[in-house]
Design a protein around this ligand. Structure first.
Ligand code: BGC
Length: 761
């Protein structure tokens, strides 16, 4: 399988000084608004033979993009840089016939030269339908991004990406707006479910693998939202203040690793400001970090409507605007042309933008393999999403081996609409599973709602898994009645849910008095197991009163089956937490989301004073014990981790160890290596340095060797503009989670410098 590597394209990073060069070009009136207003039927994408030099497949993508751009008129170049909202509703003033119904976006093609339209759809869990859209596409829903991260299995994430990418292609999309990799700094972020957790290595590896899978379908995937879009409250007006050294070791490192792993054709810049400047016109983020340091040669697109100042956008690294839906709302199509005429933006920059867009479409194969709506193999895709869910579900508590469920007992299943389906995450990432929304009518009915349940009933699946058990149902709306049902059963399974979505943040407390429901049931039945369907961490005031806790996240369109198979023991749980669960909000760097209650549009600041001490690093630095730690997760078997040793090879550190299944069931273990300088001096005592998931039969053992990325042994040295490893002793710890260690070894490293863009291959 060929993966597109945008680093093969030569990046053109125009520095400020060049861009500010005054030019006195005659003003050219383009009349492009009229072009945009008139829905015209596109001729087929066929280029006349004499114009088709750029279609020559024996040339490199870079050469082809250069030849194409050389053939384009200025209007045509601008066409490639202007994206329209794809939804059919009256407020959208641009409804082109070639737009896919109810989709995120369309960038029109250039039929004269055979360059295709860019059909864009959300997002990371599958092919989405825009919020509130009447006609829903029913597509396979992957578990949430956080659930996939909880598998700690990049190969599985890649398969998952390949599957949703194929559905995007079969639905007529050649750009999938996936790849959310913002770190979880505030667990209340309503989009936590879309992302890869709190650790740069885990999030970057998992999301990068997903992107790689998506692009294996000859379509472009984004990586988003660049950067520091870590809360939804005031997302378009919040100014995130973060120190560069901390940024390079946390959120930016997650993006950097994902970029190296996934080689996305596009990066989506975010709505928020970073250190005083909007992300989509942020010279430091776009030109310096992304394009110059990391060598990104693909294109930067705005989040929908995140463009502000055309000249600054163009000068500071933005390549494509998206989400235009109002007449005259263009930045690029008309204002950029004017800015070029006035000499505020050099025409070479326009060529660079067009070359980047074309280069990514050519490089991924989206041009040579035009997308065409076609059939989808839903049964095969159901197996992919189910495998993802089964490996992402995390067993957090299992007192007295209450799980797996005994095959013949009286079980009452309570609450969470478990009789019909499983919850999905909302907003632009909303995917409707086959069967539609099985719990219609929930609030909020409008954007970012409605909450959608996928048709995959845990209750039905449990009955199928455990034919000898007597399984009854109680909807949980009356806690006293649920408690009585629990008392009469041998075991109670309580399903609790928290819906989360884009454009909102969520409290850490379960909604709708579900804590009260769990309390009531647990009071009546000690053998109570709680199954959570949440976007991210929630508080569990009842945790000591229940025997079992299972975090199922938003488990996707086979979620009910996956949950049942984990509960029954058909699947041995192997998910591990990609985020820490606090005991109380007071443990967090920001106990409440900053900016709540600030009038819409009013600018406010969030200071990341915790720096790179995100998640478990913060808890350890503060000597706080979370409720459940990063990396934590139980199995129905037991493992030992032994024979740890380490060696260095150049700047790489290789760690060797053995994992043994010491129990009686086959299972998968996630071995985690944490690294720490003996002399201290980091943002926190330890960082995750490497991990590996391994499947073992009972009694079997495997020898593993994993590489520690040298950036994870370094600090950011601003003076040298590089990562720097301090000479000295480093401890390497083989562990089950961020707070449970098994063995430690020490290695001595010399001083080392790692260039800012070191991971480029
Ligand atoms: C979201 C993006 C999404 C875009 C298009 C925005 O509101 O922030 O993640 O890709 O809409 O739907």
């Amino acid at each position: 399988m060929r993966h597109f590597d945008p680093t093969l394209l030569r990046p053109l990073v125009l520095r400020h000084s060049v861009l500010r060069r005054p030019r006195h070009t005659a003003l050219l009136i383009l009349g492009l608004v009229a072009l945009g207003c008139t829905p015209a039927k596109s001729p087929p994408n066929e280029a006349p033979a004499e114009k088709a030099a750029w279609l020559n497949r024996s040339l490199s993508p870079r050469e082809r993009a250069e030849r194409l751009v050389a053939e384009l008129t200025r209007e045509e170049k601008l066409t490639l840089l202007t994206g329209y909202f794809g939804i059919q509703k009256p407020s959208n003033e641009y409804q082109f016939p070639e737009a896919r119904p109810q989709s995120a976006g369309l960038v029109r093609g250039v039929p004269r030269v055979g360059f295709p339209p860019q059909w864009q759809t959300d997002a990371g869990s599958g092919v989405a339908t825009q919020g509130e859209a009447p006609a829903e596409l029913e597509r396979t829903v992957l578990p949430s991004g956080l659930a996939t991260a909880a598998t700690w299995n990049p190969a599985l994430a890649e398969q998952a990406g390949a599957m949703i990418g194929s559905e995007a292609r079969a639905s007529g999309f050649n750009v999938l707006l996936a790849g959310g990799v913002n770190l979880m700094r505030d667990p209340g972020n309503g989009r936590t479910f879309e992302y890869g957790g709190e650790d740069p290595l885990l999030a970057g590896s998992m999301v990068g693998a997903l992107v790689r899978g998506i692009q294996s379908n000859h379509i472009v995937s984004t990586l988003k939202h660049f950067a520091f879009n870590d809360q939804e409250t005031g997302r378009t007006s919040v100014d995130v203040v973060v120190d560069e050294a901390a940024a390079r070791l946390s959120d930016l490192l997650a993006f950097q690793i994902a970029l190296e792993e996934g080689k996305p054709g596009a990066v989506m810049c975010s709505y928020n400001l970073v250190n005083g400047e909007y992300a989509c016109q942020n010279e430091w983020l776009l030109n310096q970090v992304l394009k110059q340091d990391w060598g990104f040669a693909g294109y930067v697109m705005t989040d929908w409507g995140a463009q502000h100042d055309t000249v600054l956008n163009a000068q500071h690294g933005l390549d494509q605007e998206t989400g235009v839906q109002k007449h005259g709302g263009y930045q690029f199509l008309d204002k950029l042309a004017a800015a070029i005429d006035k000499g505020a933006v050099p025409p070479e920059r326009l060529d660079d933008m067009a070359r980047r867009v074309a280069g990514s479409l050519i490089g991924t194969g989206a041009v040579d393999h035009p997308v065409q709506p076609g059939p989808i193999d839903f049964p095969a895709h159901a197996r992919v999403t189910q495998a993802d869910a089964e490996q992402g579900i995390v067993l957090l508590k299992n007192e007295g081996a209450v799980l797996p469920l005994a095959p013949a007992q009286r079980i009452v299943v309570i609450g969470g609409h478990a009789d019909v389906g499983v919850l999905t995450g909302g907003g632009s990432a909303q995917v409707y599973a086959p069967g539609g929304n099985v719990v219609p009518g929930l609030q909020p009915r409008h954007w970012p709602g409605p909450p959608v349940y996928a048709k995959s009933s845990p209750l039905e699946a449990l009955r199928a898994e455990l034919p000898h058990a007597k399984i009854s149902w109680n909807d949980g709306t009356d806690p006293a009645q649920a408690a009585r049902a629990a008392a009469e059963a041998d075991l109670a399974l309580v399903f609790v849910t928290q819906w989360a979505a884009e454009a909102m943040d969520v409290p850490l407390t379960l909604p709708d008095a579900q804590d009260h429901l769990v309390d009531a049931v647990a009071h009546a039945q000690r053998r109570t197991v709680v199954v959570l369907e949440t976007g991210g961490p929630v508080l569990m005031p009842w945790v000591d009163a229940v025997a079992g806790v299972v975090e199922a996240w938003y488990p996707g369109s086979q979620g009910g089956v996956a949950i049942a198979r984990v509960l029954s023991g058909a699947v041995n749980p192997s998910g591990r937490l990609p985020v820490s669960f606090p005991r109380a909000a007071a443990q967090l760097p920001r106990p409440a989301i900053v900016g709540l209650g600030t009038p819409k549009g009013e600018r406010f600041t969030v200071r990341y004073d915790e720096g790179a001490a995100v998640g478990y690093r913060w808890y350890e630095q503060q000597k706080q014990d979370p409720l459940f730690a990063f990396g934590q997760g139980l199995s129905y078997t037991s493992f030992s981790r032994e024979s740890l040793s380490a060696r260095s090879e150049g700047q790489d550190v290789w760690v060797r160890f053995r994992v043994r299944n010491t129990g009686t069931r086959a299972g998968q273990e996630v071995a985690q290596i944490y690294v720490s300088p003996v002399a201290g001096g980091w943002e926190a005592p330890r960082r995750l340095g490497a991990f590996a998931k391994v499947e073992l039969a009972p009694g079997a053992a495997r020898e593993l060797e994993v590489r520690v990325d040298p950036r994870l042994l370094a600090v950011w040295d601003g003076t040298r503009h590089a990562f720097r490893i301090a000479a000295g002793d480093y401890q390497l710890t083989l562990a089950r989670s961020a707070r449970e260690s098994d063995q430690t070894t020490t290695i001595t490293l010399p001083e080392g410098l790692i260039p800012a863009g070191a991971g480029r291959h």
